[in-house]
Design a protein around this ligand. Sequence first.
Ligand SMILES: O=C(O)CCC(=O)C(=O)O
Length: 641
Amino acid sequence: MDIDVNDSTPPAPEEYPDVDGEPPAWAEDRTPLGDAIPWFRKFQGGMHTKEGILYGLLISGDAGVRSYIDDEIIITRTGGSSERDAEGKLSQVADQKDDTAISRSVNNSMKFNIAVGVVIGKKNKILKRKLPHAFNVMDYFRVAYVWHERIDGFIAVRFRLEKLELEEKSWWAEKGSPAPPRTARRKWVKPIEHICGACAQTYYRIYMQGWMCLNTSCSQFWKLPDGNDPPVELDYDPKWLDWRHDPSDEVQPHYSLVPDFMSVIDDSDPNSTYSRTSWKNGIVCPSCKQCLSRRFWDGWRCDESCGFKRVLNMQTISLRAVVDDYEVAPIRRAIVFDPGPKETALIEPEIDDVYSHPYRRLVFDLPGAGTVTHFVTNREINAKPNGPNDLFIQLQQANLGLRRYPLSQAGMPYGFVVAVDSLPFSEACDPILRVMGRLTWATHEATDKQGVTALIPNELLALGYFEDMAINYHDDGEDTLGPTIASLSLGAMAHKSLRMKYKYYNGFTKGSKKLVHDDPVLEGCANRDWRLDLKQKLDNNELDWPAYEAEWWRTYKANKSGAAREAPPCIKTQLHHGDLVVMHGDGVQKYYEHQVELEKGGGAKLRYALTARHVLPAKIEPGQWPKGQFQLTKDQDYKGT
Ligand SMILES: O=C(O)CCC(=O)C(=O)O
């Protein structure tokens, strides 16, 4: 059934008719959609293009004026050069040129006969059908025509998609509507063509109101035959809508609309279960067709109502398989902080081989913020019974219930994790308590020398990393937490970087460019000299806030050389198997942020990071307090050897 886009009283979405079938794959979220559907591996935006080819398209919300969808045809526009108003209505704000990457990709998919997969979002109001899910895979389409129009006074690129499979009724057809005519009985009509009298180019007639030249450099571009501009609302010519390519003029899909990733998983190969392909690829539930990300450590699980699961045989992998270098690592770490010509921002740590022997102790001082203490382990420490080597194996064998974001937690509930996910230490397994012993030791060891009585950790967060996984820049600054955070690394090597937050580095916020109140003007920030000077004047009441602001921006502009940027890292460390790191001081989380990335290549397929914090009891429900209490046996207690 065709849809009248000019319907002046459109039905409310809940009154739209039902669809006739079920999508071959669907998702309620973009992440699983992108994980499971490789031709739409796109987590923002509506078009998946790669190397100049359009492979996938999302039709959602308002695709702009004269958008059209029926059971076999989609007419839409390329994105870009447009903005949404407060009601979400899309308006063109600049000319769209044919030489943009998106336009070229659409044209190339037409030229090279590429099948384009299409997903329709529930918010779409053009189809006017009750769509079952937030995102629904439609089918393969071909790009049948690409042309230019004028929208909101600007040139826009539009294109027409035609469904490849014409023999079968589309699942999104109105429930109970008649089946489409058999292809053998179809008349392969073509739209009316016309040659422009001014530029001699030939174009199809698209609208009932009259043929228009579609050549943007012609004087008659987008003019009706009487020379006038067309109205905004136009009616599609039935011949243009009925036009179909003869199926003999084939466009072959060279990829699956719904891939069967499960069939290529080999559980007998431990590498495949920890590899990037295994965690990055989602699957489509064979039972209910929902796209599923790999959210679970050991595989994919569908909603409880469906019950489908594909659990992997997670074989224990040896340390040898993930650790490239047991011996030379401590020396290499010493090289990372040696500032190269481009890395003058790197802080040189104080090195101490005595205080925490047999660990090498590196202390990075962040003036006005706190310290980062890195306890560098060695082969001897790691190999002790129940030490890091054993813990790496024991944690793989324990069921930690790890999940992607957040993974696992034991002890007092930490802000990012809902309380129900937090296990009390009384239920924690032996390796977790041994880890707590080590992290409690590291907490004291890092702070005692500074004359600080540290708050004993009462919460443990376990993170697991597979190949190529990373945690981007973030801070751990929750107001429910004490100022000390200790972590133990097990398994593959990772790179940790710490940098000043944008607003403290530059003195203003990124988006709204608001000056920082109580600017600490930290060592290493941009423009420190004049910022310190102005801050002193503000503190001494020589300037009030408006005068300070005016003077600040005036000086900034006068000294500006290039755009404001993120701070370069001031600490770069390699976190090797068995290393411990303690961040101490509220300012470390307030003014700085850190990221951790697994070493690329070299078999770095599995790493654990176990992080202990002190959750302030006053900030949480008393009923949760017992969760954080633990008693270590003599064996679980750690004395630093
Ligand atoms: O992976 C790590 O070593 C630390 C992870 C981290 O940044 C965090 O837990 O906040």
